[in-house]
Design a protein. Structure first.
Length: 149
């Protein structure tokens, strides 16, 4: 989490939120000064899909692709719609709250960078994510290494 915020701050140079779509969806907040402030953790997309399939007898694991419409015409499409648009909405909701807490006078000034394998699918429907950086963690590791050598 710290590595991602280090990279996010380096890439944008102002207050930022790094959203990492992994086993959990991590929302990590960095100040304009580059300080890791904390964040929020939510269940990841795949964990949620697995839990739903395991606990609901009539629901199964589905391919994570964009459905034809937000209104699913069958169980598979309904699941795909709920997963995709639900997670995009979760990202937007948390980003808005975190941004308002970080910069109350101008929450729109917070830059949001996403990373992780499932990020491109979800952020295509996000209203708050500004950038996708697949190598965000590696960039942060390099920056920390360079600083300490």
């Amino acid at each position: 989490r710290i590595v991602n915020t280090r990279a996010a701050h380096e890439l944008v140079g102002w207050p930022a939120i790094a959203v990492d779509f992994g086993t959990s969806t991590n929302f990590d907040v960095v100040s304009a000064k580059g300080e890791f402030l904390g964040g929020a953790l939510a269940p990841g997309v795949e964990i949620s899909v697995d839990a739903l399939a395991d606990r609901a007898a009539q629901l199964r694991k589905v391919e994570l692709v964009e459905p034809r419409s937000p209104i699913g015409k069958n169980t598979v499409e309904a699941l795909q719609s709920g997963i995709l648009y639900g997670f995009a909405g979760q990202v937007d909701g948390l980003v808005r709250r975190l941004s308002a807490a970080l910069v109350p006078e101008d929450p729109g000034s917070v830059h949001v960078i996403a990373t992780g394998g499932l990020a491109p699918l979800a952020i295509a429907h996000s209203e708050t994510v500004h950038r996708y950086e697949p190598a965000l963690t590696l960039i942060g590791l390099r920056l920390i290494f360079e600083r300490n050598t």
